[in-house]
Design a protein around this ligand. Sequence first.
Ligand SMILES: Cc1cc2nc3c(=O)[nH]c(=O)nc-3n(C[C@H](O)[C@H](O)[C@H](O)COP(=O)(O)O)c2cc1C
Length: 181
Amino acid sequence: MTILRVDSSITGENSVSRILTQRITDQLASGGEPVVVRDLAADPLPHLTLDQLGAGPVLDEFLAADTVVIGAPMYNFTLPTQLKAWLDRILVAGQTFRYTATGPEGLAGGRRVIVALSRGGFYEEGTPAGALEHLKTYLTGVFGFIGIAPEFVHADGIAAGPEQREAGIANGLEEVDRLAA
Ligand SMILES: Cc1cc2nc3c(=O)[nH]c(=O)nc-3n(C[C@H](O)[C@H](O)[C@H](O)COP(=O)(O)O)c2cc1C
């Protein structure tokens, strides 16, 4: 099994999403499977430009993976621009999706994508804050477009005080353990 871990948090040792991606990859690779690590904060990809459109090494790395673990912190109600630049390399017409007479078709199915969400607040559907949730909804849509139903673990309320932070991390880790069970 080839595992790709993609981190995008800029908060270094304080990062909650990195706690979760670490735990997920530890469990997936417990048999010694290799983990390819792409740290988008340490090595950011540039904004997409016309000359970089199409297939490339970032897409090859994604397509070579059976399981992709993504750390997705919420910044300003959506994903970090570092992660968006990575997605810009993954959504490539003719490679991960194509347009057909009956509509778009995802071509990247058959691999597992696990997303570790860490969010400062709470974004239950139907609440006023829920209308500002453009992270999980976006990633669900984008991966769905290329043929993948991502699995999510959630650490919420990270900016709501120390107790809420601990509770959010504990919830995320519990969800990771449930995924592995
Ligand atoms: C630049 C920045 C912007 C943020 N914007 C939001 C936000 O819009 N909504 C929210 O709920 N939390 C927000 N937060 C809080 C983070 O989502 C929270 O701290 C989360 O744990 C970040 O993931 P990380 O710990 O892996 O860095 C923001 C944090 C940072 C650093």
